[in-house]
Design a protein around this ligand. Structure first.
Ligand code: NAP
Length: 248
């Protein structure tokens, strides 16, 4: 996705994007070495998003408030941490969540970004998590209301920010959702990406709901990161086509 965008921007000869596997105890040394190796930045993913924040010299307000960074920028001898997951989710939504009743499932890094973004846009946010203590802590820190038994039909927007579905689990066995409980006036988002559409989105689509898949969010957050590093407008269509062409 990123290499396709770099080629489209005419930067393909000079720039490249590569995946680097790093063990948690090697993250800091790896990141500190990167500017000297010519890297201008990095995306950071599970399980490094909180650690990336801790090793940065400067944090964006978004990254600081969410408590996680997915994007690092190496400039002027400093490491700056950003979070584009939150804005990426908002850009993937079919419309503004302002004034909507939203249900976020999960309490990990993805859920934190979703709750933060939806609250900032003026949604009313309920948060459910398998481990209730984590959703209660999340809401104490960021806002929103923890719920133990959400009433699926009362929400305008439902966001699955758990990892359920990633390994082919049945979302309706693991999450407080009923496959027949969606309606046509709901927006349903599944942050999980991979084999698509997920069972969750298939059920929502069958009820006529508007759905957003994890690949669209991945593309949006990646495009925002690319824009930060290059200062150029990311070619979204090219990135989307590249991401969808390697669907598992
Ligand atoms: P994380 O910090 O490890 O959190 C995982 C979350 O999933 C926790 O809330 C956990 O609940 C829940 N969970 C895991 N297995 C479960 C199960 N069997 N039943 C119920 N809940 C379960 O991970 P993360 O970074 O937030 O990522 C979550 C998902 O979002 C992943 O699939 C990731 O790929 C996806 N994601 C997508 C994008 C994108 O751009 N599309 C961006 C970020 C993340 P407990 O607290 O109870 O363990």
């Amino acid at each position: 996705m990123q290499d396709a965008a770099l080629a489209e921007l005419g930067l393909g000869g000079e720039w490249s994007y590569e995946a680097i596997d790093v063990a948690p105890d090697a993250l800091e040394a790896r990141v500190q070495a990167m500017p000297g190796e010519g890297f201008v930045g990095a995306n950071v993913t599970v399980p490094h998003k909180a650690a990336a924040l801790a090793l940065a010299d400067e944090l964006s307000e978004t990254a600081r408030e969410i408590g996680a960074a997915n994007t690092l920028v190496f400039a002027e001898g400093e490491i700056r941490a950003e979070n584009t997951d939150a804005e990426g989710l908002l850009r993937a939504l079919p419309g503004s969540p302002s004034g909507k009743r939203a249900l976020v499932l999960g309490a990990g890094g993805a859920a934190r970004a979703a709750v933060w973004a939806l609250l900032r846009e003026g949604a009313e946010v309920a948060v459910w998590n398998r481990t209730g203590l984590r959703s209660r802590n999340l809401c104490e820190e960021l806002g929103g209301d923890p719920v133990a038994e959400p009433d699926q039909g009362t929400f305008d927007l439902i966001v699955n920010s758990t990892a359920v579905g990633l390994g082919g689990e049945d979302p309706f066995a693991e999450l407080p959702l009923d496959p027949d409980g969606f309606s046509a006036d709901q927006d349903v988002v599944d942050m999980v990406y991979g084999a698509e559409p997920t069972a969750l989105l298939r059920a929502a689509q069958a009820a006529g709901a508007t759905t957003v898949d994890g690949l669209e969010i991945l593309v949006q957050q990646g495009a925002l990161s690319l824009g930060i590093w290059t200062g150029r407008k990311p070619p979204l269509d090219t990135m989307r086509a590249a991401a969808r062409s390697i669907r598992r």
